[in-house]
Design a protein around this ligand. Structure first.
Ligand code: PLP
Length: 436
């Protein structure tokens, strides 16, 4: 056991987060407390879990910090430095960190029922969340899970059950998670991540060019696609491509899976990125299976695979649960997700992402040294030379960003959809200092 005083005092500094402050740095980055905690982290954590290495002189190979608290667009570290989180914690904090409505919902549920019993005994929050998701997406059937990877895995399993076929087409640049089924569909840093596990992956996935020509789909169970690619570089396909994919899959009897774990729930300026396109009947494009996660729980690990009746009916022919888990539909996660969905839909955040994103992209593309801006809404990639160095410089000025793309060729920007215009302008100025 750690020293109890650690747990109480860790990271407690005299900070008063407002949520939308420009960076306030009290120490060099990383500060001495961060370095001390990083050394302890490195001494106990499985090597490679946190992609940092602390050097003997205390500096980190890739500079890093330890978070202690967050609010809105701000994160504080254990040294009391305040940062602006332009990643929204991997896209999770779409409504800002620690949104009061989500916190209240989580606390109230914690006092009432923190855990139900998966596939044996559900609770009312699970029913309410599934109804809300179904209303929002137009997808009648929902399976709740705990991570985006698992949502994708459920979608892949559904396609196999529903079609009796086993092949999946995925796309270069794709990232669907790293557990075994989504790892097989990885199109991003493939050699490095699939290499040691190749024998476990089964060879059922073919990669096609994202936004390019499609392979023959006649014996394919599903086409798995991110309507806007995230970690592969914040890339949208050419207009009409997703609709063409839908039509080709339908005529071949293959299902379409939209992985909207990253790009969904308003981030790209439409509630679902796939829905920005129209099908042949002029309706917003709708897949057979839709995966959501990240922003769904407002900070709680919860995700979902939604589907049409036709696709999801395939599960019912089996006695007993073919896919379940101890924490299925955790009540705290469901309560927080309900609150989070309510904020996303009632506070106009999707339209805000479209407007702010368009304005921001225009400003970013004018920064000297920026070679282009990809993506849509508040899911942007800023193409620069040496994105890892730019990332490190941004951190040292109090701006949290991450590189993205196959060769880390861009800076990924996915801030909270609630972020203020002043912070977006500040980020442009900071980037201008860090590029080149
Ligand atoms: C598009 C997409 N799908 C799936 C995942 C996997 O989600 P998780 O990390 O919650 O398992 C991610 C994670 O970044 C993602 O970006």
């Amino acid at each position: 056991m750690g020293d109890a005083s650690d747990m109480i005092t860790a990271g407690k500094r005299d900070i008063d987060l407002t949520g939308e402050a420009l960076p306030v740095l009290r120490t060099a980055v990383p500060g001495p407390e961060s370095i001390a905690w990083l050394q302890r982290l490195e001494a106990t954590e499985c090597p490679g879990s946190t992609a940092r290495r602390v050097l003997r002189d205390g500096r980190t190979r890739r500079p890093s910090i330890l978070w202690s608290e967050a609010l809105g667009s701000n994160v504080a570290d254990v040294d009391g430095n305040i940062y602006v989180d332009l990643c929204a914690g991997f896209g999770v904090a779409s409504i800002g960190h620690r949104h009061p409505a989500v916190v209240a919902a989580g606390k109230a549920q914690l006092d009432r029922l923190p855990h139900a019993m998966g596939d044996a005994f559900a609770d009312v929050r699970r029913v309410m969340l599934m109804e809300a998701l179904s209303r929002l997406t137009g997808m009648p059937r929902v399976m709740l899970v705990t991570s985006g990877s698992e949502a994708v895995e459920v979608a892949m399993k559904t396609a196999v059950l529903a079609t009796g076929r086993h092949k999946i087409v995925a796309f270069r640049g794709a990232y669907h998670g790293l557990s075994i089924a989504p790892l097989a569909a990885l199109g991003h840093q493939v050699e490095q991540r699939q290499g040691p596990f190749r024998a476990m992956l089964g060879g059922a996935v073919t990669l096609a060019p994202f936004g390019g020509a499609l392979p023959d789909l006649s014996d394919v169970a599903a086409v798995l696609v991110e309507p806007v690619q995230g970690r592969g570089g914040m890339r949208a396909p050419p207009p009409g491509w997703l609709a063409g994919l839908r039509a080709a899959a339908r005529s071949a009897g293959a299902l379409v899976i939209h992985d909207e774990v990253y790009c969904g729930l308003g981030r790209t300026g439409s509630l679902f990125a796939g829905g920005a396109e129209r099908d042949a009947a002029g309706k917003p494009l709708s897949p057979d299976l839709l995966c959501v996660g990240k922003a769904l729980g407002g900070g709680f690990p919860i995700a979902a695979c939604l589907g049409t009746d036709a696709a999801m009916a395939a599960w019912s022919s089996n006695a007993g649960a073919l896919h379940t888990q101890t924490f299925l539909g955790n009540p705290i996660g469901c309560a927080m997700a309900l609150a989070s969905l309510d904020v996303i839909t009632s506070e106009g955040l999707t339209a805000r992402a479209a407007d702010q994103g368009a304005r921001w992209a225009e400003a970013l593309v004018g920064v000297p040294g920026v070679r282009g801006v990809t993506g849509r809404g508040l899911m942007l990639g800023v193409v620069v030379d040496d994105a890892p160095t730019v990332t490190a410089r941004m951190l040292q000025r109090g701006w949290l960003v991450l590189p993205c793309g196959e060769h880390s060729e861009a800076i990924g920007l996915t801030p909270p959809l609630t972020i203020s215009s002043a912070l977006l302008d500040g980020a442009v100025a900071a980037l201008a200092e860090c590029v080149g």
